[in-house]
Design a protein around this ligand. Structure first.
Ligand code: DC
Length: 230
């Protein structure tokens, strides 16, 4: 009999993790959790409360407010995925701006923030059948995940994808600024003390610099089906 599994997708920013994760969740009827959205929502809260800016972070006050930060996902039927809510407000658009991308790695370094979010992520698994993407899913959140993927692509390719996405949304952005942000987040995410972005020993690496979504998705589905079947 087929079983439900946990799929952990980690990797650098803008490697298309969420695109693959959404497709997998749809195909196998799994829950999809975008953990980056949760770190972004905490960052938005910190920004709105003047606890973080480009050259400032009041970690102590943010830590003291963590219990007042309520995060939830609500499925949007029209979009086909769950949107992020911060204290009951839909913040899906606000959390995707470059302003938040610039601050999020700094907030994600705070151990107390990670502890809160990891706990909430673990509670979302319930009966398996979950695909979760982020930076520490295969290493910290679900070290027992049946399938772990680690996505990479050149910084240039990733920045180009992100740049197009933001332009399509109508944001005014410069390519160099996006490239710098992608590289800076790689650096902070991979070198932070608590749960740095590293490939789990048993994760399968995908470099999708020159691989289209369809090819990648088909390859990953083969891996999923092998895990589901045994
Ligand atoms: O996946 P994303 O680019 O939306 O994630 C935004 C940031 O959140 C990323 O640069 C680092 C942080 N993050 C994290 O530290 N751990 C996760 N599991 C997910 C995201």
């Amino acid at each position: 009999m087929n079983k439900n599994i946990t799929i952990a997708i980690d990797g650098f920013s803008s490697t298309g993790k969420s695109t693959i994760a959404k497709l997998l969740a749809k195909k196998y009827n799994y829950i999809y959790v975008d953990t980056g959205a949760m770190y972004r929502a905490v960052t938005l809260y910190a920004k709105n409360n003047n606890l973080v800016s480009d050259n400032f972070l009041d970690a102590t006050t943010l830590i003291s407010k963590l219990d007042a930060i309520s995060l939830s996902f609500k499925f949007n039927k029209n979009l086909g995925f769950a949107e992020m809510y911060l204290n009951g407000k839909n913040v899906e658009k606000e959390i995707r701006t470059l302003a938040i991308s610039k601050l999020v790695s700094k907030v994600s370094e705070i151990s107390e923030v990670r502890k809160k979010l990891v706990k909430e992520q673990q509670q979302m698994r319930k009966n398996n059948g979950v695909v979760m993407d982020g930076r520490d899913i295969g290493t910290v959140v679900f070290p027992d995940a049946e399938l772990k993927l680690f996505m990479t692509a050149s910084a240039n390719k990733r920045a180009t994808r992100r740049y197009k996405e933001l332009l399509e949304r109508g944001d005014e952005v410069k390519f160099d600024e996006i490239l710098f942000n992608v590289q800076e987040r790689d650096r902070i995410d991979s070198t932070r003390k608590d749960s740095p972005l590293i490939k789990a020993d048993d994760a399968i690496e995908f470099d999708n610099s020159d691989m289209g979504i369809t090819e990648q998705f088909n390859r990953i589905c083969t891996l999923v089906e092998a895990k589901i079947a045994n």
